[in-house]
Structure formats: C-alpha cells, structure tokens
Design a protein around this ligand. Structure first.
Ligand code: PLP
Ligand code: TYF
Length: 399
C-alpha cells in the first residue's frame, strides 16, 4: 500500500540542527535554527513560567477537555497582550480570539477560515519569508506567491516595489505580513510604511494576515505589536497569528492564538463559531498545559511583571550580541565590509548576505552553522563564542 510513497526531504533548518548535534568539534556554534538560547547556550526555563508551573502542580487537578476555541481566560489574555487591554476593538468585543496550536496552528486555522468562509485561494508572502508559510498555506489549498520585501543590494526594504506589487493584487488576496522581527531578514517596516499599507489594504480590499512569532524580541511587547494596533486603529478587518514559543520559551507546549478583527461584535461571534468548526474538523480541542502556564503568567500582576523583565533580559542579550559581533568583525575587517546590518536589524535573526558557498565553508572549516540563505541566529551567540565566530566570518570573507 505504501511502499511507492516518495521519501520526505524534511525541513532544511531542522536537518541543520541534526547535523550540528552530530558534529564532534568542541568549538561548534549553532546559529541556524531560531531558538532563544541564554548566555550559557541553554534553552531557558523562565522563572515566571516555573512559578506558574509550581502553582499548577500544587493545585493539581484533573485534565478535562478545553472548549474547541480554548480557555476563555487565556483567550482574553492573548487579546489584551496583542492589542492592548484598552484598545477600542477589545473593549467593543470586535475581536474573535481562539487558542491555537502554536503560531503555526493559528496560521493554518486562519487560512482554513478564509478559504472555507470567504473563498480565498491566493496568498502572498514576503520574499523572503519563513519557509513553513508556503507549506501551511499550500496545505490549506492556497496558491502562494511572493511580494518584494528585502532588497539585497541595499540590505533594506524594497518598499516601493512592495507597494506597487500589492496594488496590483485582486480584491480578497490574503497578504501575509510579519508584525516585527522579520524572519529571516530582521528588517521591519516603519510606522509610516505600515500606515501607507493600511490605506492600500482598505482601498484594494486586501486581507492582511499578520504573523507575530517574536513579540517582545524587537523593542518591547507593546512596541512590537504597534503594527497590529495601527491596522486595528485604521478600522481594517484582518487576522493575527501570535506565538508564545519564543517569548515564553515554551516551544513544545504549542501555545499561540488566532485573533480576527471584525467590523462589530456580531461578526466576531460568527467568526468564533466558524473557527470552532475548523478546530472540530481537525483536532477537536487544543492542548491545555502550555496555555495554562501562559495564562497564569499573564493574569497575575506579579508574574506578568517578572515575565516582562525576563523578556527584556532576552531582548537586551540579543542586542548585546549584535553589538559584540559587529565590533569583533569591524576589528578584524576594518572598512572592507559593511556590518551595519547587524545593528539595523531587529530580533533573533540577521541576514548576513553570505553566499551558500561561504555558509558551507563556515560549517565545514569552522563548525559555525548558519542557514544556507545566510541567515544567522543572533541568540545562538554567546560572549565566549564571539571571537571564534568573528574569526570564521572574517576568514570566509577574505577568500
Ligand atoms: N511564524 C514565524 C515567522 C516563525 O518564525 C515561527 C517560528 O517557529 C512561527 C510562525 C511558528 O511558531 P510556532 O512554533 O509557535 O508554531
Ligand atoms: O525559522 C526558524 O528557525 C524558527 C524555528 O520547521 C522553526 O521559526 C524552523 C523550522 C521549522 C519549525 C520551526
């Protein structure tokens, strides 16, 4: 029955992580997969999350099914974190928010909703973007196209080309946007550009779908959601997928949310109903544990304050690593190369402009692992590794 099935090639980023763990060299450095590591190179367990976990264990109860749309208190906490507790759209009940299986599950549920309820079949994603965007939307039956985003020549955003391209799209095309900390380039749109896009989306009847996987890793939890709040202020109807994998260091718990901003509360209620249909058709009800942890942290004033502090520590560490790597490269290469991109880019990733061949030499000769596109995961750096990584990059740039 199954022997003719084609072999699955896997995900190149996950394959890189496997290759790294098999590499016996002691000075190896993993700058491939997008995970947040601490200064000791470990995945952190946040104190805020640990305290929520301990309280949960002390009160340990049974594990009933959650409702299809997830825990009500968690959904409210998600909405307030993403939009701000005082946002008129929140206060008016115009947002349908459901608990999702990570950010990925939110993207898929949103894609399913738009496909089944509005007949959408076309989505455009930034060029470049997270590879799974293709898989998730294709899996939901979409044709996935790219829009101009990153300009290799200037290491900046190709905003004019982006705007011109988006203006040619048919009404009801879904436009996938990264809220902040763009994966893989680290280059974000500024407020004026978001404002301009908001006008374009309204005029052309496009459907924005904002993906926020790194809230708090750029400039702060509120600051990184500013793009989303701006679209809501502009009166648009749109979707937001948010993930707690990175900012709570809860990757395997699969905690996220899907929010759909609607014209009024009645529309939001109808949307929530159809989201339940989507969930019922695929996994019935979401996993409880990760959402219980995130919900407990966000709802307790003390734990929330502690989490925000821990988020600041993570963000600051990534900035420190950007500056340290920048200084180390300038010290080695002088003005021969421009490393300013390290400081201009935001969040976990830097797009180095290194070629696939240079990336291969980094890996083979120096045990420094980057993604083939030249994406470098800043949070894989530690103070102890900076010199080795800078030596390695300087060496491959020279030859
Ligand atoms: N969106 C982007 C841009 C990402 O980089 C990721 C990373 O994993 C996700 C979504 C998915 O998040 P999750 O692991 O919560 O599914
Ligand atoms: O881009 C990254 O590295 C992260 C993590 O199939 C990731 O978003 C990578 C690949 C994948 C799932 C998550």
């Amino acid at each position: 029955l199954f022997s003719h099935l084609p072999r699955y090639g896997g995900d190149p980023i996950l394959a890189l992580m496997d290759a790294f763990s098999r590499d016996p060299r002691p000075d190896k450095v993993s700058l491939g997969i997008g995970l947040y590591f601490d200064e000791q190179g470990r995945l952190p367990v946040l104190s805020s999350v640990r305290q929520a976990q301990e309280a949960l264990l002390r009160n340990g109860g049974p594990a009933p099914y959650l409702p299809m749309e997830g825990s009500a208190s968690y959904r409210q906490a998600v909405q307030e974190l993403v939009f701000g507790a005082q946002h008129p759209a929140v206060l008016d009940g115009r947002i349908a928010t459901m608990q999702s299986v990570g950010g990925s599950g939110a993207l898929r549920a949103g894609a399913d909703l738009l496909r089944t309820q509005l007949g959408c079949t076309q989505v455009v994603v930034p060029d470049p973007t997270w590879d799974n965007h293709f898989a998730l939307f294709e899996g939901a039956g979409y044709q996935v196209g790219g829009y101009p985003y990153y300009d290799t020549a200037t290491a900046g955003i190709a905003f004019d080309a982006m705007r011109r391209f988006l203006a040619t799209l048919p009404a009801r095309t879904v436009v996938l946007l990264h809220a902040s900390c763009h994966n893989p380039t680290g280059m974000d749109l500024d407020a004026a550009q978001w404002r301009e896009l908001a006008g374009l989306f309204a005029e052309r009847n496009l459907i924005p779908f904002v993906d926020m996987a790194y809230q708090g890793f750029g400039d702060g939890a509120d600051e990184d959601a500013a793009s989303i709040r701006l679209l809501a202020d502009a009166g648009l109807e749109f979707l937001v997928a948010n993930s707690f994998s990175k900012n709570f260091s809860l990757y395997g718990e699969r905690a996220g949310g899907l929010s759909v901003v609607c014209r009024d509360a009645a529309a939001a209620e109808a949307v929530l109903g159809q989201l339940k249909v989507t969930v019922r058709r695929s996994y019935s009800t979401p996993p409880a544990h990760g959402a219980a942890l995130v919900g407990a942290v966000l709802q307790s004033p003390e734990l929330r304050a502690l989490w925000l502090q821990e988020l600041t520590t993570m963000r600051q560490r990534m900035r420190d690593m950007r500056q340290a790597l920048h200084a180390a490269l300038v010290a080695r290469c002088g003005q021969a190369h421009d490393f300013g991109y390290l400081l201009a880019q935001r969040g976990m990733f830097s797009y180095t402009g290194l070629s696939p061949d240079q990336v291969r030499r980094l890996r083979e000769r120096h045990a420094v692992y980057l993604v083939d596109t030249g994406r470098l995961c800043i949070s894989g750096l530690t103070s102890a590794a900076i010199d080795h990584v800078a030596d390695a990059i300087a060496a491959v740039l020279e030859t």
